[in-house]
Design a protein around this ligand. Sequence first.
Ligand code: NAD
Length: 419
Amino acid sequence: MKVSIIGTGYVGLVSGVCFAELGHDVVCIDTVKEKVRDINAGEPPIFEEGLEDMLRRHLSNGSFHATTDYGEVPGTDVTFLCVGTPSHEDGSLDLKYLLRAAEDLGRALQEKKGRHVVVVKSTVPPNTTRDVIGPMVLRASGKGQEEIGLVMNPEFLKEGMAVHDFLNPDRVVIGASDDRSFEEVASLYHGLEAPILRTDTSTAEMIKLASNAFLAARISLVNELGNICKALGLDFRQVARGVGMDPRVGPLFLKAGCGFGGSCFPKDVKSIRAQARSLGTGTDMLDATLAVNEKQPRRMVELLEKRMEIYGRTIAVLGLAFKPGTDDIREASSLVVVPELLRKGANVRAYDPQAMPNFRREFPQLNYCSSVKECLEEADAALILTEWKEFADPSLYTNVLVVDGRGITKTNNYEGICW
Ligand code: NAD
C-alpha cells in the first residue's frame, strides 16, 4: 500500500521506516525542513538502534522518502497522524499540533480522488478521534463520511527498542469506524506475528492510556516497596524475584529505580487523570503514581547527602537519557537531579553515550565528558541515573562513592537506591 505519515519524531519516523520494511511505499511529512533534509540524507534526527541502516536501505531502494509537502498525501491510500501531543499545565493533552496536522491533511485530501483512510497514531484522550479529528478532516476536505475511513491505531513501541518493538509487537490494536478501514489498516501489518485486536476508536485510545497508567502505577508501587526494603536493610531485587514468581504478578517490570520518565508515562498518566477529573471520577491511584515518581529522583540526592556534604564537591552524573538506548531526555530523572545538585553547590560533570547534545541545550554550564572514565576523573561521587550497560563494570569505580539509581553495578563504596 501507499502510506503517508505526518510527523517524523520517534513514532512517525520509526513507523514510516518499518512500514517500508514491511513492503509498503512510504512518504513521511514534517513541517521542520531540517528534519526532512537530514532524513532524506540518511541521517535520522533521533537515535534508535537499527534505524539508520534501515532508513538508508529504503531511501536507496526508493520505498521511503520524506517531504514537507502535504501535496503528496493524495497519492497515498492511508495517512497516519503521528505528531506530538504534549501536556497542558493541568495535565490535559494539548492537541494543537494534531489539529493543525488534521486540518492540513483534510485540505490536502480535497485533491484526492476516491476514498482515503485517516489513522490517528498519536496518543490522544478517549473520544478525540471520533469527536474531534474525524469531523476536522471531513470539514477541511469537504468529503462525505463514506469517503474517509477513520481509525485509531495506538503505538506501543518503547524508545530504545523502537524498531524491534514495531516489528515484533505484543499486539496491534485497531480501533476502526467500519470493516473496510479495519481490514485496510490490518493489512499494513501483514507479515507480523502479532494478535490484532479490533475495537472502536475510543476504546483503542483508552487501551493506550490504560496500558501506560498500569505500567506507571506498577513502577511507582515497586519503587515505594523498594524504599521500604532499603529502610529495612533488605535488597529489593531479591524481594522482586520472589514476588515475580507469582504468575499473577509476573517477572517483568519489577525493577526499582530513580523514577520513570520519557515522553509517555508521565504525560499519559496526567492526561487520563485530567480527563477523569473533568468527569468527576476519582483518581487516587493515578495521583499516588505521580506523587511517588516525583519524589524518587530526589532520593538520589538525599542518599548522596547522607554520605557527604554536596557543596563544593565534584559529582559525576552518569546517564542523562530517561532510559538506555535513546537520546530522549523528556521527563528524565536527570532533569530533576542535575538542577538539585547545582542548587546545592556541586560541580557537575556528566556523561551519556547518546543524550548529551539534547541535555547540553538545557544545561550548557555542565562539564560534559567523552567517556565514563573521563567523567569519573576528579569526581567525589558518581550518580548512576540511566541503565546504560557501559556503566556496569565495577572496576570503573575504585576510588569513588557510587549512588546507583538503577542497580547496575556494585562496588565497595556503594549506595543503592532500594537495596
Ligand atoms: P516527537 O515530538 O518526537 O515528534 C513529533 C513530530 O511531529 C515532530 O518531528 C514535529 O516536527 C512533527 N510535527 C508537528 N506538527 C506537525 C504538522 N502539523 N505537520 C507535520 N509534522 C508535524 O513525538 P513522538 O515522541 O514521536 O510522539 C508522537 C505521538 O506518539 C505522541 O502523541 C506520543 O504521545 C505518542 N507516542 C510516543 C511514543 C514514544 O515512545 N515517543 C510511544 C507511543 C506513542
